[in-house]
Design a protein around this ligand. Structure first.
Ligand code: AMP
Ligand code: ZN
Length: 114
């Protein structure tokens, strides 16, 4: 499963990506089809299919991903103007890549989501 997973392949360096951050638990890279001037994906290095597959043991990791989003917002210059962090989950959530990722989107007014 992880052999063919696009984001596992990016994590292993088998596919190119424009990385903006990495540490021992997560990597972050620019979305290939950006929806805003800043559009970055934050993923865990280990394969977790979606938010629905998080386990109690992943709690610290999930919190870390959000902290990385916060730090990247600062690094990429959208801390003051604001941004959105979201994850698509499952069919109705519109998830396309089944390796957990948080989108960090900003750099323009995004409009209301709900
Ligand atoms: P979703 O699963 O709905 O969050 O959508 C997957 C996201 O991953 C989309 O925004 C794609 O543009 C992005 N994406 C897919 N393949 C790549 C890739 N090789 N490098 C960077 N972003 C990608
Ligand atoms: Zn994966």
């Amino acid at each position: 499963m992880t052999e063919s997973c696009v984001f596992c392949r990016i994590e292993r360096g088998e596919l190119p990506s424009d990385r903006v951050y990495e540490d021992d638990r997560v990597i972050a890279f620019r979305d290939i089809n950006p929806q805003a001037p800043v559009h970055v994906l934050i993923i865990p290095r280990k394969h977790i299919a979606s938010l629905a597959d998080l386990t109690p043991g992943d709690t610290e990791l999930a919190g870390h991903m959000l902290r990385v989003a916060q730090q990247l917002a600062e690094q990429l210059g959208i801390r003051e103007t604001g941004y959105r962090v979201l994850t698509n989950c499952g069919r109705d959530g519109g998830q396309v890549v089944f390796h957990l990722h948080f989108h960090l989107v900003g750099g323009k007014p995004l409009g209301r989501f709900a």
